[in-house]
Design a protein around this ligand. Structure first.
Ligand code: FAQ
Length: 325
């Protein structure tokens, strides 16, 4: 692999124009292709935040593996959490094609200077929360990532194709949990409604600030990394999810929710952006707990990294000995 080298990557206007013409023609940009330094940095920013989100996203659900109510639910949840780890790894690999070392990115996560999705800073208080995460959080991720599967950067787009397939299974298992609880005893139904009440608004925040307050969107849309804006994707998710909530007899916790005939959209009340920024800036209900758990997991895994490096060195020695023979 010959990743882009920032120091030689001078953004002269003719090259930028040729690059933008390729994007306009629908071409995919590959790791060895020339790209503006700003494009590279935007991708590293977005992809590393995405990879961190997948990895931190294992924590709220991982807490429930031992408490899943049946063996079938336990197996599904175990597989889902394992998938999220895999997604993080694909995307970290993708960032390495842009010339960054994943250890550097992981250090940024561990020292608290990197962002990851706000949604994973909320607590999972009941089993229904596992249903709500699969249905809403993976549901929102699918809406967002189906578009990213058409992103202009090849390695990221290709990772999204596989990830979306797995997220579909995640969403279904979550929706099934919610449907089962909603059709269960009154206490189970209350549990499902309570989970929807707590996860609805944070799920809408996953799509990021309104377009008017999104400093990165214009550039990302121009360069074909994003294909739809934050608000367009959020609206698509709302339209899909309102119908699904009705189908399982749950109520979206928004007294202002109404169907707009003219646009054929479900319109919502105001999102609490103060809450969003509080969580993004590290002051959500579980930010500290999540980072502490990640740091602990990283420390606990040190022996595995040492063993893997020793094994790789041993393999390399064996290969060089057999080549010499
Ligand atoms: N949380 O200018 P924009 C998943 C930040 S994966 C935290 O609009 P952009 C699977 C943003 O970084 C979930 N920060 O930014 C799963 C920027 O800060 P910066 C993750 C947020 O990049 C399920 C600032 O606000 N998915 O769920 C958030 O154009 C279950 C201004 O915002 C991805 O990462 C937020 N919600 O648009 C796993 C998808 N929103 O960097 C486990 C890829 C915004 O300038 C269990 N990412 N910010 O300091 C994207 O599509 C985009 O990056 C957006 C944000 C849409 C998230």
């Amino acid at each position: 692999m010959t990743p882009n080298k920032p120091e030689t990557n001078v953004d002269d206007p003719a090259r930028v124009a040729a690059f933008e013409a390729r994007i306009a023609a629908g071409e995919t940009i590959e790791p060895k292709d020339w790209m503006p330094e700003r494009y590279r940095r935007q991708l590293v920013r977005m992809m590393s935040q995405h990879a961190h989100s997948e990895v931190v996203g294992m924590l709220p659900e991982g807490n429930w593996i031992t408490r899943a109510p049946t063996l079938r639910r336990k197996m599904s949840l175990l597989a889902k959490v394992q998938d999220e780890a895999g997604h993080g790894l694909y995307i970290y690999c993708g960032t390495e094609t842009l010339g960054v070392d994943r250890h550097e990115l992981i250090q940024q996560l561990l020292n608290g200077t990197a962002k990851y999705s706000s949604i994973f800073n909320y607590p999972t208080l009941s089993w229904a929360d596992i249903g709500a995460i699969g249905w809403l959080v993976d549901g929102a991720a699918i809406v967002n990532q189906t578009m990213l599967a058409k992103a202009s950067y090849g390695p990221y787009a290709r990772a999204m194709v596989r990830i979306c397939k797995e997220e579909n299974f995640h969403k279904r298992q979550g929706f099934e949990i919610m449907a089962t609880l909603s059709a269960g005893t009154p206490a189970q139904k209350r549990m499902a409604q309570d989970a929807l009440d707590r996860w609805w608004w944070p799920s809408l925040m996953m799509f990021g600030p309104h377009d008017t307050d999104s400093p990165n969107s214009d550039e990302l849309l121009r360069w074909g990394v994003k294909r739809k804006s934050n608000d367009e994707l959020r609206q698509r998710f709302i339209n899909l999810t309102v119908a699904q909530a009705k189908a399982i007899d749950l109520t979206i916790p928004d007294p202002q929710l109404r169907f707009d005939e003219a646009s054929q959209n479900w319109l919502i009340g105001p999102i609490d952006w103060d809450e969003f920024w509080r969580v993004v800036r590290g002051n959500g209900p579980c930010n500290q707990e999540r980072l502490a758990a990640r740091r602990q997991a990283h420390d606990d895994g040190e022996w595995v990294r040492i063993a893997a490096a020793a094994y790789a060195a041993k393999q390399a020695r064996a290969e060089s000995t057999s080549e010499a023979a």
